[in-house]
Write a protein that binds this ligand. Structure first.
Ligand code: HEM
Length: 132
């Protein structure tokens, strides 16, 4: 499964468990990023807390939760916001590896896990901007 239907997105936030679930997934993801030799050097700030909050708010908004991300950051424009970082297959794989750990440990139903994972794989592929 890749892109979810609008109906799936509309119900995901509530049925998956709301903010608490997104908090858990993204916090776990950044625990992995903090120890990842490929990813950690890409993050410009020493404190990963603000980056964690941005990703959490973005995912909550994408999956049908509050629109706090856009109130604070405007339109997501993720390709543009990732342009400063060289993202090739190695970086994409590292990102997905950290995210896989976080999603697998989140206690989601099989359906929610598959839906979320399909989206994250598709999104990570679409943000690649380097093939060297
Ligand atoms: C920001 C790396 C994939 C969503 C960032 C930042 C880095 C980064 C270094 C800057 C940290 C910050 O200050 O916020 C990567 C790499 C990826 C990847 C290496 C591998 C493919 C994704 C995917 C998503 C995503 C798949 C969404 C599903 C975001 C968001 C921000 C961000 C929402 C903050 C944008 C903002 O408001 O400034 N990413 N990212 N990233 N990333 Fe990624």
């Amino acid at each position: 499964m890749a892109t979810p239907t609008p109906e799936e997105v509309a119900s995901f936030y509530e049925t998956a468990g709301g903010e608490e679930v997104f908090h858990r997934i993204v916090a776990r993801f950044y625990e992995e990023v903090a120890k990842d030799e490929v990813l950690r050097p890409l993050y410009p700030e020493e404190d990963l807390g603000p980056a964690e909050e941005r990703l959490r708010l973005f995912l909550m908004q994408y999956w049908g939760g509050p629109h706090t991300y856009s109130e604070r950051r405007g339109h997501p424009r993720l390709r543009m916001r990732h342009a400063p970082f060289a993202i090739g297959p190695i970086e994409r794989d590292a990102w997905l590896r950290c995210m896989r750990t976080a999603v697998d440990e989140a206690g989601l139903s099989d359906q929610h896990r598959r839906q979320l994972w399909g989206y994250l794989e598709m999104a990570a592929n679409s943000l690649m901007n380097s093939w060297t």
